[in-house]
Design a protein around this ligand. Structure first.
Ligand code: ADP
Ligand code: TRP
Length: 321
């Protein structure tokens, strides 16, 4: 069983990224091979500041390792260090129907949010399909918003297999239905592009500020409230121990839930929850040379796997003469 997933190095990691994608991925480390990478070529569809892209790439790598991704037990690399992926992207592009890409809501959403509409942004799902198919991944843990991209990857693989003979494994998305979408401070999906995130690696002061900004209604403390409809509760339940969660749920249902107190408690829970990761992060950040060596070793391993598939693909499509 091969599990693979990537994350864009475009800004600070938040708890939505952690529960939606990182945790499910890290959990698979004992179940076969794990492929994890930083998708800097995808990030170029929205970031054209070279210094920022380079810095964010390193930061994302450090974050991943700090959060528990052990590079000794998986293949961990930076996407652009395996150039085979761009060749495969082109080969897949030549049989990707326009209509398949035109239907992708992520492209439309990003353009609506002000990201410049480029060819790269439009063909983003083909690069993602190449990411997945190049390593013959069986399972891809992602948040719900990436489901359509996984369907595109499967459709492209099916089209290729039907045209040129069985070549690619058909990947399955792994979406934790309990955890499909972590809400943000305003109750919408938590996303860096909505500015409603609780970032994992921030100072105690910043953390407190973001938790205090979680939007709640004006129901008086003594009145009962529906916990499931409360944004604060929905974030609180990700971190609270089971017994404490039951107590707070009771307060919601029977009256007595004070938002201010719950927020203070959540600040402490969050701070503790990421304590070890924060400490590991500090150590890694002090030794960027070591991080680069780990990524280079990962890229060598990934390239060896990638070249097996690409070799086969070249032969299948007639590039070997
Ligand atoms: P953002 O929406 O903040 O830009 P990305 O698009 O970079 O985040 O997402 C990286 C990964 O984290 C993806 O697999 C995505 O599905 C997951 N993810 C992002 N936000 C959430 C969320 N609020 N809840 C669950 N998963 C999320
Ligand atoms: N598109 C994904 C996102 O925005 C990132 C990504 C790129 C990815 N290539 C991938 C995820 C391959 C899983 C597998 O989150």
């Amino acid at each position: 069983m091969k599990t693979l997933s990537g994350i864009q190095p475009s800004g600070q990691l938040h708890i939505g990224n952690y529960f939606g994608m990182m945790l499910p991925m890290i959990k698979t480390i004992d179940q076969g091979e794990l492929y994890a990478f930083i998708v800097n070529l995808h990030a170029m569809t929205s970031v054209h500041n070279p210094k920022r892209l380079a810095q964010d790439t390193m930061n994302a790598a450090i974050d991943f390792m700090a959060l528990g991704l052990d590079p000794e037990r998986c293949i961990f690399w930076v996407q652009s260090d395996v150039p085979e992926v761009t060749e495969l992207t082109w080969l897949l592009s030549t049989l990707t129907p326009m209509g398949l890409l035109e239907r992708c809501h992520s492209f439309k959403d990003k353009v609506a949010k002000g990201i410049a509409s480029s060819h790269g942004l439009f063909s983003y799902p083909v690069l993602m399909a190449a990411d997945i198919l190049l390593y013959q991944a069986d399972r891809v843990p992602v948040g719900k918003d990436q489901k359509q991209h996984l369907e595109v990857a499967r459709d492209i693989a099916i089209k290729f297999n039907n045209t040129f003979g069985d070549t690619f494994v058909l990947p399955e998305p792994v979406i934790d239905t309990n955890m499909a979408t972590v809400p943000g401070l305003d109750g919408q999906k938590m996303s860096k592009s909505y500015g409603n995130t609780i970032n994992i690696f921030q100072s105690a002061k910043e953390l407190k500020k973001s938790v205090m900004a979680i939007q709640t209604d004006c129901t008086p403390v003594e009145e009962p409230k529906d916990p499931e409809k409360c944004n604060l509760f929905n974030i609180f339940k990700l971190f609270a121990p089971t017994e404490r969660l039951a107590e707070v749920q009771n307060l919601y249902l029977n009256g007595g839930a004070a938002y201010g107190h719950i927020k203070m408690e959540l600040v402490d829970l969050l701070w503790e929850f990421f304590r070890e990761a924060r400490e590991r992060r500090e150590l890694l950040a002090k030794d960027p040379g070591q991080v680069k060596t780990i990524l280079a070793q990962g890229a060598t391993k990934a390239r060896a796997k990638a070249s097996i598939t690409l070799d086969l693909v070249r032969e299948r499509v007639g590039l070997k003469y």
